[in-house]
Design a protein around this ligand. Structure first.
Ligand SMILES: Cc1cc2nc3c(=O)[nH]c(=O)nc-3n(C[C@H](O)[C@H](O)[C@H](O)COP(=O)(O)OP(=O)(O)OC[C@H]3O[C@@H](n4cnc5c(N)ncnc54)[C@H](O)[C@@H]3O)c2cc1C
Length: 309
């Protein structure tokens, strides 16, 4: 089986989640990568060095400069004439492109796969991760998104794939890039951080969220996350949200501060290696998944913990 993996990049480096998608694709057979963008020679060279990759297809055109799904999907569909499967990481952008590809190919998408059970069988979470379904498809072409935390990352070096230019399918003219407001942060990125400190509704305000969570995160060189309640209340930006409708993370250590542990939150972090919970209610559901629990008032224990580190 020949698989086409969409490479997510920022014009310079390949995003972590793509490496996991490549591992998943490798379980299906031969792996080719698609690098679409403008001025992406460097990214194509980086991609060519990834272990296990047979070929890197490069579509260099202004139409792909901002990953507009309306332009990228028709390009993928064109290339699917010579591929059996399309694989993208289940990131915001991957989840924007893959369904369009599936619709244009008139096949189903199999979302957020956790494992490859065979050439047509995959496992994926359902009911916010409370059950795992095994899905078997009879579609001629596969369209898959991959949960990044479920697969090891492919080695960044060791490969020497051929790089080949492909013809652009151009600007479809149905969407246009207006602007991007990207939050600049010195902290590690949420989905690739080794340690995450997350705050919940209990923080009470944006000021208190930053006054308590940020210093603890800085001491640990951790990323900052938040529950949806904290995000909805405006204590933390939207891209901090961890959970079913936020980011799926699996760091070495996840510290949940003033988070109750609703299933929708657990769906995004329960695969973390060590879970630490700080909550004043000893019956809070978060303690059922926590490896280390601290029952206490966060306004006392968090500053104490930060000072001791
Ligand atoms: C379709 C759907 C999707 C959703 N997606 C997500 C998602 O992606 N992510 C997500 O997080 N949620 C999601 N939710 C919301 C989820 O159901 C919960 O409402 C939310 O996670 C609760 O956030 P919280 O734990 O911060 O707040 P709460 O549930 O209010 O918990 C606050 C906790 O803080 C504790 N506490 C209070 N004061 C203190 C103190 N002084 N010291 C220590 N502890 C204290 C309390 O004991 C309590 O356990 C979703 C819901 C739905 C319906």
């Amino acid at each position: 089986m020949k698989t086409l993996v969409w490479v997510e990049h920022d014009g310079q480096s390949v995003k972590d989640a793509t490496y996991a998608a490549i591992t998943a694709a490798g379980k299906l057979g031969e792996v080719e990568l698609l690098v679409a963008g403008q001025g992406v020679d460097g990214v194509a060279q980086t991609a060519a060095q990834i272990a296990g990759v047979a070929k890197v297809l490069v579509a260099d055109d202004a139409a792909y400069a901002h990953n507009l799904a309306e332009n990228v999907a028709p390009l993928v569909v064109e290339l699917m004439g010579s591929h059996d499967a399309f694989v993208a990481a289940a990131t915001t952008t991957g989840k924007n492109i893959a369904p369009r590809v599936a619709a244009l190919l008139d096949v189903m998408q199999i979302s957020e796969i956790l494992s490859v059970e065979g050439p047509d069988s995959f496992t994926r979470p359902i009911y916010a991760g409370n059950a795992i379904a095994t899905v078997k498809t009879s579609d001629a072409k596969l369209v898959l998104t991959v949960r990044g935390t479920a697969f090891d990352k492919a080695e960044a070096t060791g490969g020497s794939a051929a790089v080949e230019a492909v013809t652009s399918t151009g600007d479809k003219g149905v969407s246009k890039f207006v602007g991007a407001e990207i939050a600049a942060s010195e902290r590690p990125e949420l989905t690739s951080a080794k340690i995450i400190v997350s705050g919940g509704r209990a923080l009470g305000s944006e000021e208190q969220f930053h006054a308590l969570i940020d210093p603890l995160a800085d001491k640990l060189n951790a990323a900052v996350g938040a529950s949806r309640a904290a995000v909805d209340a405006g204590y933390a930006p939207n891209d901090y949200q961890v959970g079913q409708t936020g980011k799926i993370v699996a760091p070495e250590v996840y510290i949940a501060v003033g988070i109750s542990g609703a299933i929708q939150h657990l769906a995004g972090m329960k695969d973390s290696k060590v879970i630490v919970a700080i909550n004043k209610d000893e019956d809070a559901p978060i303690f059922q998944v926590a490896d280390v629990g601290l029952v206490g008032d966060l306004f006392t224990v968090v500053p104490e913990l930060t000072a001791k580190l």
